[in-house]
Design a protein around this ligand. Structure first.
Ligand code: GLU
Length: 325
């Protein structure tokens, strides 16, 4: 009994297959891997390919090859979000039954809601469509359907938003400590179904984390502001909330999150410079303050140097790390 009866830790890698990995993605995957393996847990691989315009199967393949070569193993999956629309529809139905949803006709940036909104991308919704009368809603819906003849119009259905009532959501974050978030002021009602009928990132992640048994989510601080939205959905759907851990974000000199355009952080470039996967891991670990002296290291070797507590201590309270090549 005692500790042996605790449920096993289940973490996840959740890459979006929109390009090859870079130093920032590798750092997130590495800390996730360590946090899970240090607790003898399991890792699920989930490919987040809801954004059909930007996702490519060949990137998903490449990400898996790269993770394996870096020694970042997983135990289950890959699961593809593009295979799971039925599950998302069921969750939307449950939210609708609970009276939590309303149609929104403010169409801008609908499709972007398929991707995780990284830091600075969250917009506060002022609730414009929340209090439309039944007649007004019907009129707008009809107007949209008429526009169907307009070949330029991509989206015909309204998006669906979930209402957020005034309240504070508190996250007890593994790395960031206690973070309080005012959902109405900092986010507002948010999209759960896009105008093309697909699930938004926020909804899909909540449904998947639950169904895949994920109870530890380790990811970059740029997604910290998504967590209260996900917790709100978990509460509405009666799902358990995983333990969250948001690690510092790797940024460039201007404070911008690393992305594909940052050539020097790309895995190609890192292989060009460091040759071996262990040398890349060692460089990222030293840069991010996980080790004091840079040296080639496999993730397995790091397991011997850390406990969960010492891993957390090394990164606690940090929100950003400057990436240097
Ligand atoms: N798919 C997201 C990304 O690659 C991660 C989402 C998450 O960890 O919840 O940015």
């Amino acid at each position: 009994m005692g500790e042996a009866s605790l449920p096993p830790v289940v973490g996840r890698f959740a890459p979006s297959p929109t390009g090859r990995m870079h130093a920032g993605n590798i750092f997130s995957a590495l800390v996730c891997w360590l946090a899970v393996r240090l607790q003898d847990g399991r890792i699920v691989l989930r490919i987040e390919d809801l954004d059909a315009q930007r996702s490519r199967p060949e990137y998903a393949e490449q990400i898996m090859v790269d993770l394996e070569a870096l020694g970042l193993s997983w135990d289950e999956g890959p699961y593809f979000q593009s295979d799971r629309s039925e599950r998302y529809r069921e969750a939307l139905h449950a939210l609708d039954e609970a009276g939590a949803l309303y149609p929104c006709f403010c169409t801008r940036a609908d499709l972007r809601s398929a991707s995780a909104p990284h830091e600075g991308e969250n917009q506060v919704y002022r609730g414009t469509c929340r209090y439309l009368s039944i007649e007004e809603r019907a009129m707008r819906l009809q107007g949209r359907r008429r526009d169907r003849s307009n070949a330029a119009a991509v989206a015909y259905e309204p998006t669906l938003r979930v209402g957020c009532d005034e309240r504070t959501i508190v996250i007890d974050d593994l790395f960031q400590g206690r973070v309080a978030y005012d959902l109405t002021r900092q986010c507002g009602d948010f999209v759960v179904r896009r105008s093309d009928g697909g699930a938004s990132y926020q909804l899909a992640v909540v449904v998947d984390d639950d169904e895949q048994g994920v109870n530890l989510v380790v990811r970059g601080c740029d997604l910290l502001s998504s967590t209260p939205q996900q917790m709100h959905l978990q509460q509405l759907l009666g799902l358990a909330t995983p333990h969250y851990g948001h690690i510092p974000l790797l940024v460039d000199e201007a404070g911008v999150r690393l992305a594909k355009r940052h050539q020097s952080a790309s895995l190609e470039e890192l292989y060009g410079r460091y040759r071996m996967p262990e040398a890349i891991i060692g460089h990222i670990c030293a840069l991010c303050g996980l080790i004091d002296e840079e040296e080639p290291l496999a993730p397995e070797e790091l397991l011997e140097r850390f406990t969960l507590e010492s891993l957390v201590d090394r990164l606690a309270g940090e929100r950003r790390i400057l990436f240097t090549a």
